[in-house]
Design a binder for this molecule. Structure first.
Ligand SMILES: [Zn+2]
Length: 853
């Protein structure tokens, strides 16, 4: 009679035992002499207050890796903390009249309690939140180092400005060109902002990507595109006729396609190009256009989406290859002042934006690149530009060249004419880190009328956020604070004002992994860094992961991080999401999964006759109400089931669909595993040499395969192997062919292999087997090579061409042995009884065919 495993009781008991024994406390480099180090990290969460299933999958995955590496004998660092600054806390403060700090730390407490229920191997002694004074104080010290190293600087830059609230808005606070709170059309304004010089590392960041063999290809590609290195030319277009001296002699344009210069039909300047601004003084139409363009917002996405509009500025420029050929100069809303020179030349046949613009304003469209297979006579440009490679035509000296050769030839000619040169350009801009918000890390500088911008002296750090803040007024509470910003200049001692900008929260997450590795001990930091396995969402492919790569290099260069290669994350894994079916009731409202019941062959809102239809399977989101709460899952099934199921059904890089039926299946599996161990309880526990039984051969192979699958992040495959293993063990129980000793040995191996996935159950099984210590500390089973070799094979037997049975023979069995075994097989007996055996054909390793009549 087997007992039921009670996950709730067992899980709480084991977590307490682990905590009491302190087994997940990280060992120091000295204590771990001779062990390989492994730093396993999942992207730390924002403390929203509630764990969601996506977190569970992310942290379960990291824990599988951490536990597996512990079992392989590595010294593992597996920490957890909180990415705790940011706007939601300020919004909560405004909406609920609670201090952002209070709200944040309450949320952290709630989420920590939830996380602890998952049975993760986290070293909580290293926990911190980025809003802890100790953390952001250290960040301020690092900021001063970057400032000293000329990697931080100030310059005027465009911001989204809400004219009603009189405040700067983040891009995500601009919705359809309007302020999220006021609904007022957003304007672009220039403000002096702090920047980090990420562009100084553009080449390093690009080249470094090639060394990241354990990163997903798509992430590397996205970063390369974001950095956007392009080879091209700067071209000087000489202004035609007499123009004011302030305009200069020419307009400089950067292009990646100098091969299409003969297709040029206009120049377009950014609305805030100095020439556009100068002309606007006497041209109301240009003035209005500039004002309208400023309402689009500063994000590239917004600019891309807006209709392409422009105004003819009334100027003309000479074509560099033919001074007699002049083209008009326009201003256009899609030209960005921050990119290149804030001016482009339009070659409409080869660029969709230029083509749309040319068609709208009736500007010439001259094709100059002939696509492969097209003919000069028939090739026409309708409403789609041809941007691919081809052969140049309609282009004088470039005619007949390939696009690549024409680029080289055009640059050579520009250089000879003194009207341009070959250049390299990057899409990457310097990182604007100023935020006009309260809940962030104060930038540690003061502004003095005499000395200018002066760093706070290191001895005066941290610059603490004031606790008494009011969110009554729109804008930055730090700027409104009556006393906080008043201070003295560290240089001259005169009165000065504190910088009221705080740092972008992406700065906080750009070095937290180094803080986990060692709070202040640089050697310990160097020992743990880089992170060996980083796990998180692919939505961080560019910003966070690129900023972290940059800051690591910057800190290395200012002597704060001993990381020669500069790469913070050796391995990166991006996990898929947790999805769920969506439900809508017949009155058109979203319904939560917990409120849906299945009856009479249909779906209904629980306890009512309101019919429900199941909609598409989507990422869990509050708005669609298709969220299942990890707390409820753990309360019903236990943490092991939650961990097991989110990793079982699909490869970890793909989405997994959460379903009640799937969770129930995982819960049944837990009981099935338990029944194996429960059945072995009380049997002879003295170790015996079980011999080379088929079950042990299977077990040694399975342990090796699961080891390999986890190492290769095929976690669902590892789980499938565990299922096979349990089935094999259950069969062995009933067959009577395997000894208790071999079943016990197999079960012992299985328990260790289950530990990364279902650690609580595994501990319980371990105890039942009478093993010493924690299974969480047990080494991975060593598979005996001799037992791994399959030395028997199964051969099907045919009688007169029909399959009648099979035999297991030694791999090296002779033809005679196989014939004998086949004829003596009990399965075959009935088919050859009384027949005359004419011939036996043995195809080695394949089949045995008996011909009889
Ligand atoms: Zn001063």
């Amino acid at each position: 009679m087997t007992s039921r495993y009670d996950p709730q009781a067992a899980e709480a008991r084991w977590r307490e035992a682990w905590a009491d024994a302190g087994i997940f406390k990280t060992k120091s480099p000295e204590e771990a002499k001779g062990q390989e180090k492994s730093y396993v990290l999942e992207m730390f969460p924002y403390p929203s207050g509630k764990l969601h299933m996506g977190h569970v999958r992310n942290y379960a995955m990291g824990d599988v890796v951490a536990r597996h590496r512990r079992a392989l004998g590595h010294n593992v660092l597996h920490p957890m903390g909180w990415d705790a600054f940011g706007l939601p806390a300020e919004n909560a403060a405004i909406e609920r009249n609670v201090h952002p700090g209070e709200w944040t730390y309450q949320n952290i407490a709630a989420m920590r309690a939830q996380l602890q229920k998952l049975g993760l191997t986290l070293d909580w002694s290293r926990e911190f939140a980025t809003c802890d004074t100790a953390y952001y104080g250290e960040q301020q010290r690092l900021f001063l180092k970057l400032l000293e190293g000329n990697l931080a600087y100030r310059k005027a830059s465009k911001v989204n400005w809400d004219p009603v609230d009189n405040t700067v808005l983040a891009n995500e606070q601009v919705i359809d060109g309007k302020g999220w709170r006021t609904g007022a059309p957003v304007e672009q304004r220039e403000l002096t902002q702090w920047f980090f010089k990420i562009t100084a590392f553009a080449d390093q960041l690009l080249e470094g990507l090639e060394t990241l063999d354990n990163w997903p290809e798509k992430v590397r590609l996205m970063q390369a595109n974001w950095i956007g290195k392009s080879k091209g030319a700067s071209v000087r277009w000489v202004l035609d006729g007499e123009q004011p001296a302030e305009f200069g002699k020419h307009i400089e344009v950067y292009t990646t396609r100098p091969d299409t210069l003969y297709g040029a039909s206009f120049l377009a300047l950014a609305p805030d190009h100095p020439i556009t601004r100068a002309l606007a003084e006497n041209r109301p139409d240009i003035r209005d256009f500039i004002a309208d363009a400023a309402k689009i917002g500063t994000s590239e996405e917004a600019i891309e989406k807006a209709p392409k509009l422009g105004v003819d500025l009334g100027l003309r420029v000479q074509h560099p290859f033919n001074p007699d050929w002049t083209i008009p100069v326009w201003t256009a809303n899609f030209v960005l002042s921050g990119y290149g020179t804030g001016a482009i030349f339009g070659s409409p046949a080869g660029d969709q934006r230029d083509l749309d613009f040319a068609r709208k304003y009736d500007l010439p469209v001259q094709p100059v690149v002939l696509p492969p297979e097209a003919s000069e006579e028939s090739h026409e440009v309708t409403d789609t530009a041809y941007t691919g490679p081809g052969t140049i035509y309609n282009s004088d000296f470039l005619n007949g060249l390939s696009t690549d050769d024409a680029i080289t030839a055009a640059i050579e000619k520009l250089e000879i004419l003194g009207l341009g040169e070959g250049t390299v350009n990057y899409r990457l801009r310097d990182w604007g880190v100023s935020r006009q918000r309260y809940w962030g890390c104060p930038i540690p500088v003061v502004h003095c009328e005499t000395c200018g911008t002066v760093p706070v002296s290191e001895a005066d750090l941290p610059v603490e956020l004031p606790k008494d803040v009011s969110f009554d007024k729109p804008g930055n509470p730090l700027a409104h604070h009556p006393t906080w910003k008043k201070t003295n200049c560290p240089t001259c001692g005169g009165t000065a004002t504190r910088e009221t900008d705080t740092l972008d929260t992406f700065v906080d997450s750009s070095w937290y992994f180094a803080r986990f590795a060692g709070v202040s001990d640089k050697e310990e930091r160097a020992y743990w860094m880089p992170v060996d396995q980083y796990i998180g969402g692919v939505e961080h492919a560019v910003l966070h992961l690129l900023y972290a790569r940059f800051i690591s290099r910057a800190l290395r260069d200012v002597g704060e991080l001993d990381l020669p290669a500069g790469e913070p994350f050796l391995g990166l894994f991006t996990q898929g999401m947790v999805t769920h079916e969506t439900y809508k009731s017949s009155d058109g409202k979203w319904v939560e999964p917990g409120d849906v019941e299945r009856r009479d062959g249909g779906l209904f809102v629980k306890g009512s006759d309101l019919a429900v239809t199941a909609g598409p399977i989507e990422k869990m989101s509050k708005s669609r109400k298709n969220v299942v709460d990890p707390d409820a899952i753990i309360a019903t099934f236990g943490a092991d089931v939650a961990r097991w199921f989110v990793l079982s059904d699909s490869p970890p890089e793909r989405d997994v669909e959460w379903s009640q039926a799937g969770a129930e299946g995982a819960a049944r599996f837990v009981q099935r595993v338990w029944s194996i161990f429960d059945g072995l309880d009380g049997t002879d526990q003295a170790p015996k040499d079980a011999g080379a039984t088929p079950l042990l051969r299977f077990s040694h192979r399975a342990a090796a395969e699961i080891n390999k699958a986890i190492s290769e992040f095929r976690l669902n495959a590892a789980i499938a192997l565990c299922h096979d293993w349990v089935n094999t063990l259950k069969k062995a129980e009933g067959s009577g062919e395997e000894t208790v000793a071999s079943r016990r040995e197999s079960a012992r191996f299985l328990a260790i292999c289950l530990t990364p996935f279902m650690p609580h159950l595994a501990e319980e099984c371990w105890k039942t087997l009478g093993e010493e210590g924690f299974i969480s500390d047990a080494p991975w089973p060593t598979s005996d090579p001799a037992l791994m070799i399959e030395n028997t094979i199964t051969l099907p037997i045919q009688v007169n061409g029909k399959r009648r049975g099979e035999i297991e023979v030694a791999r090296d069995a002779s033809k005679e042995d196989i014939e004998g075994q086949a004829l003596n097989s009990p399965e075959i007996a009935g088919f050859i009884d009384g027949l005359d055996i004419k011939k036996i054909i043995v195809v080695p390793g394949r089949i045995v065919n008996i011909v009889a009549s």
